[in-house]
Design a binder for this molecule. Structure first.
Ligand code: ZN
Ligand code: ZN
Length: 153
């Protein structure tokens, strides 16, 4: 099992890459830093835009390859929450997601997922389960008009 660090550091990445005999490149470090810096989930295109000033000449395929590598190392989580594009989450500790069908916002949901019955049912069906995720679909507080705080008169 890969142990996931809530806030992976440059040193974590360097140690993991060296352990696999892979090179420590500025692209890998800068992209991981960008994921950590963000408080929200990002597409590969958004990450490319953000790192372009630091990494001129970086292409989208390179960003995807780097994100895949960081995912294999357990430093980023790839999300497919049904918004038509993969999102990358720098927050790797277990949490679920809420997706707004009006604005497409993806928010973290910190609640324990009681997945044991699901995994048992999967096992009973002959499946070999590895993980379960929950995506809550609906309207975010802003789109639903239930957001706390002052509202325009
Ligand atoms: Zn919304
Ligand atoms: Zn998240």
């Amino acid at each position: 099992m890969t142990s996931l660090q809530p806030h992976p550091t440059d040193q974590d990445l360097i140690a993991l890459l060296r352990a696999r005999g892979q090179r420590v490149t500025s692209q890998r470090l800068v992209i991981l830093r960008e994921l950590r810096r963000r408080r929200r989930h990002a597409t590969a295109e958004e990450i490319l835009e953000a790192v372009r000033p630091d990494l001129p000449g970086t292409s989208l395929p390179t960003v995807y390859a780097t994100l895949d590598l960081l995912g294999e190392l357990g430093l980023v989580r790839k999300l497919d929450v049904g918004v038509g594009v993969s999102l990358y989450d720098g927050r790797t500790e277990p949490h679920q997601h809420m997706v707004c069908r009006a604005c497409g916002r993806v928010e973290d949901l910190d609640a324990e997922l009681r997945a044991r019955p699901l995994l048992r049912a999967a096992t009973d069906a002959g499946f070999v389960p590895e993980r379960a995720e929950l995506v809550v679909h609906g309207l975010c507080a802003e789109c639903a008009g239930t957001a706390p705080g002052p509202r325009a008169a």
